[in-house]
Write a protein that binds this ligand. Structure first.
Ligand code: AMP
Length: 393
């Protein structure tokens, strides 16, 4: 598979699939520019080579051509981040788009209108993909966040190009995960939290052979505790998965993976930030009470494991971090991962909610890498290959 660095873009037009699906304020200002910043290195590389860039992305979930999802709203923010005045064309395929793409000169950038204004995009329509392919000489996919979707611009379009490559962001995502899952350095620790075992089963099964320690926290821990005969009160549980939980523990033991479950929990009677709380052993929670965060002894145990790790993967919060009262376990974990990173460990945060937790508590700048694609990272952790990446092979 080629990367963007395998090409020289002098006098070439790069058609780059970026992920500019950014949040907008009520006044259509870009509320968070990190996705635009994420795409910057690839775009700048093309311009510095002496080429031009045609950028395509989706924004939101428009039904037809809804103005509020126009990429026109983000042109100024993109220009600002890239330091180049970006041109915009009010279509992503057809006569106007082709004319605009043929008129850009080396050093210039053209942003196309929202790909999802056409239902063909999500359907992975061939004819639509072929129309897109007319807009550039070399195809670059740098949209990790949608690489798990077989859409026209992320996957199908690639077959119309002789020259195609992954962008620097996509490359970084793949390399970070590779560093974790195929590490020669040990010990490797994975922290899995979040609400449900069911959404993480495939991840657990895929990573077991690759890790030395597995910390299981958050709501999903209770299914394991109950399966082992613990009393969990009203805590979140998936009763039908108890056997599977025991199975996972057996498999882990057979593969010499040390599993660390919480030993205590911050419990409450109400799912409410202001509710009364107490600490109880995780396997002896009072009737009518539920565990919503890792207790102090659990935090200490997890800290020891993290402190001794060389490679750390973090997916899923250790408690209901959205409420201050139940965020302490997640915050403590983030602090320990930060410390370990400062001491030379490699840490990757990715897949779903842990990224928002990391951002909320400011750990995103302190860990080695924060994945930009929740769903895509989760699928890679599950061992699936992503259509957007396969199409570049
Ligand atoms: P996920 O998307 O599977 O990573 O789950 C994230 C969600 O799990 C967050 O919204 C947390 O509030 C929630 N969560 C974490 N721990 C618990 C718990 N002990 N009980 C209920 N929900 C939890």
């Amino acid at each position: 598979m080629k990367t963007i660095n395998d090409y020289n873009f002098k006098d070439k037009r790069a058609l780059i699939r970026v992920d500019f699906n950014v949040p907008l304020t009520k006044d259509f200002e870009v509320a968070d520019r990190s996705r635009i910043e994420g795409a910057k290195p690839s775009i700048i590389k093309v311009l510095e080579d002496g080429g031009s860039a045609v950028l395509m992305s989706h924004l939101g979930r428009p039904e037809g051509k809804e103005e509020k999802y126009s990429l026109n709203h983000i042109v100024n923010a993109v220009s600002d981040v890239l330091g180049v005045k970006v041109k915009f064309v009010e279509d992503c395929v057809g006569k106007d788009a082709e004319a605009a793409a043929s008129e850009i000169h080396p050093g210039e950038i053209l942003l196309l209108e929202n790909l999802r204004y056409y239902s063909e995009e999500k359907k992975g329509d061939d004819a639509f993909a072929e129309k897109l392919s007319k807009l550039g000489d070399i195809y670059v996919n740098d949209a990790f966040g949608t690489a798990h979707r077989a859409h026209a611009s992320t996957t199908v379009v690639a077959k119309y190009f002789e020259d195609k490559a992954m962008g620097l962001l996509l490359q970084k995502e793949i390399e970070s995960l590779d560093k974790v899952l195929n590490s020669t350095e040990k010990p490797v620790t994975a922290v899995l939290g979040g609400a449900k075992v069911s959404s993480k089963i495939t991840v657990i099964e895929n990573i077991l052979p690759k890790v030395d320690h597995l910390i299981i926290g958050g709501g999903m821990a209770f299914t394991f505790i109950k399966a082992q005969g613990g009393k969990i009160g009203e805590s979140l549980v998936e009763d039908d998965l108890q056997n599977l939980a025991l199975d996972i523990l057996k498999k882990a033991e057979a593969q010499n993976v040390k599993v660390h479950l919480p030993v205590d929990s911050v419990v409450t009677q109400q799912f409410d930030n202001e509710a009364e709380t107490k600490i109880e052993p995780i396997n002896a929670i009072s009737d009518g009470w539920m565990g919503l965060d890792a207790g102090p002894q659990s935090r200490e145990n997890f800290a020891k494991v993290i402190g001794g790790s060389k490679i750390i993967l973090w997916n899923g919060p250790l408690g209901v971090f959205e409420m201050d009262t139940f965020s302490k376990g997640t915050v403590a974990l983030g602090e320990e991962i930060t410390k370990a990173t400062e001491q030379g460990a490699f840490s990757l945060v990715g897949g779903g909610d842990s990224v928002s937790a990391a951002k909320q508590f400011g750990f995103d700048s302190k860990v080695s890498y924060v994945s930009t694609g929740g769903g895509a990272m989760l699928e890679m952790l599950e061992g699936k290959s992503l259509p957007g990446i396969d199409a570049l092979k």
